[in-house]
Write a new protein. Structure first.
Length: 180
């Protein structure tokens, strides 16, 4: 018998001071059986970094042809492809040819740094690619915010995301790796 996804609801109040983007979002996230709560929260943080009314979670882990998040226009063209983890160069090339903008989000420091060292030169040729590392810290840092129904205040400024709910405040740093 196949395991099913666990559904989470999130109410976000986002204040992104970098982009002057201030908006509330109501999201539904599915925690895939093979996904950790930390990775699900990194998906949520990725949404926060690039928040837009058209940005949505895809079937990413369940479908190899889709990223973790994407933003499409009304005609179905992919405007922004957001991939978590260390994608191979072939997948990045495919994403860059299909989308106007591609973002790779790393979150496991040792694995990400090794991946970046091995792929940096190959990836620099893509003008529509940005690479970001989110320092999610120890797994329990982000997972203390996990609840089936989350209400989070999110502030983004100067390479830092601050997340808070009624009981916790979490500070998460992020860094652009390719001069963005």
């Amino acid at each position: 018998m196949a395991l099913s996804a666990t559904i989470f609801k999130a109410q976000l109040n986002i204040s992104d001071l970098r982009r002057h983007h201030y908006q509330d979002y109501t999201l539904t996230l599915a925690l895939h059986p093979s996904e950790t709560p930390q990775r699900m929260m990194v998906r949520l943080l990725s949404f926060c970094l690039y928040a837009a009314p058209e940005l949505e979670f895809s079937r990413g882990l369940s479908n190899d042809d889709e990223p973790d998040l994407w933003q499409k226009n009304l005609s179905g063209d992919i405007e922004h492809w957001i991939e978590l983890g260390q994608a191979d160069e072939k997948r990045v090339r495919k994403a860059c040819s299909r989308a106007d903008q591609v973002s790779i989000i790393g979150f496991q420091q040792r694995a990400f740094e090794l991946w970046w060292q091995q792929n940096q030169q190959k990836l620099q040729r893509f003008n529509n690619l940005s690479v970001v590392f989110i320092d999610a810290g120890p797994a329990d840092t982000l997972t203390q915010l996990v609840d089936r129904t989350m209400q989070l205040q999110v502030t983004i400024e100067d390479g830092t995301l601050w997340l808070s709910d009624a009981n916790h405040n979490v500070e998460v740093h992020f860094q652009n790796y390719n001069g963005e």
